[in-house]
Design a binder for this molecule. Structure first.
Ligand code: G3P
Length: 249
């Protein structure tokens, strides 16, 4: 049994005060994390105050990025060990905005996934997808190559600490969500790839989320799909009332 995850990704939004006010508003209305996990990714500057404000609650505060080194002359970067020691649980890696705007490659993301796991963080690895990447007549798909590269050479005991988020680029921030049946197909393909890499049992335990214009209207249909274990919402996570509706869908 894979426990579902409802996750929000604020991206570069909210001041520290707004972030704390938000979590104060929702922290007492969240489900038992054994039944469903609630995750919120926020800008780095807000993470420590959010961790403090939510101590003892089920909300898992999450970073939106980290570097693959722990310390040193890397001006402006954030160490995975510092995040973990500050009480941060997860880190989003490989979001399509980072791939597109900051030229992050699969090789870099793989290094970051390893570093995050070594530091104790659980990576949420985003796997984007674009229209028309499928190669006609062949079982080759963009998401397969992403997963093969981003999750390369993980220690077997670490693989299930990873959460994958399948996020078609064209569905991000557009209001046009992927059809649940197609989203299911993408998540299934990802699970098959994990099975090829790390075995069926590991693939069965892997949590795979869908992201891309998730809202209160489509969350139930998406969550009803067999291979979709949760959602990663961007815009719909910015308002506390809407986020709670997603959490308690
Ligand atoms: O990481 C979440 C994301 O990229 C989806 O954003 O605004 O389409 O829900 P949105």
């Amino acid at each position: 049994m894979r426990s579902p995850i409802i996750a929000g990704n604020w991206k570069m939004n909210k001041t520290v005060d707004e972030a704390v006010e938000f979590v104060d508003q929702i922290k007492n209305d969240l489900p038992d994390p054994k039944v469903q996990e609630t995750i919120l990714a926020a800008p780095t500057i807000a993470l420590v105050p959010m961790v403090k404000a939510t101590a003892g609650t089920p909300l898992k505060i999450t970073a939106e990025n980290c570097y693959y080194k722990d310390a040193g002359a890397y001006t402006g970067e954030t160490s995975p060990t510092s995040l973990y020691s500050a009480g941060v649980h997860h880190v989003i890696l490989g979001h399509s905005e980072r791939r597109q705007l900051f030229n992050e490659t699969d090789e870099l993301i793989n290094l970051k996934v390893h570093a995050a796991l070594d530091a104790g963080l659980c990576p949420i690895v985003c796997c984007d997808d674009t229209m028309g990447r499928r190669v006609a007549g062949k079982k080759v798909h963009w998401v397969v190559s992403r997963i093969l590269a981003d999750l390369k050479d993980l220690k077997p005991e670490n693989v299930n600490k990873v959460v994958i988020a399948y996020e078609p680029s064209w569905a991000i921030g557009t209001g046009e969500s992927m059809d649940p049946a197609e989203a299911e197909e993408g998540c299934y393909l990802i699970r098959q790839t994990i099975a090829d890499m790390y075995g069926e049992e590991t693939a069965d335990q892997m949590r795979i989320l869908y992201g891309g214009s998730v809202n209160t209207q489509n969350v139930n249909k998406l969550m009803a799909s067999q291979d979709i274990d949760g959602i990663l919402a961007g815009g719909a996570s910015l308002d506390p009332v809407t986020f709670l509706k997603l959490v308690n869908h």
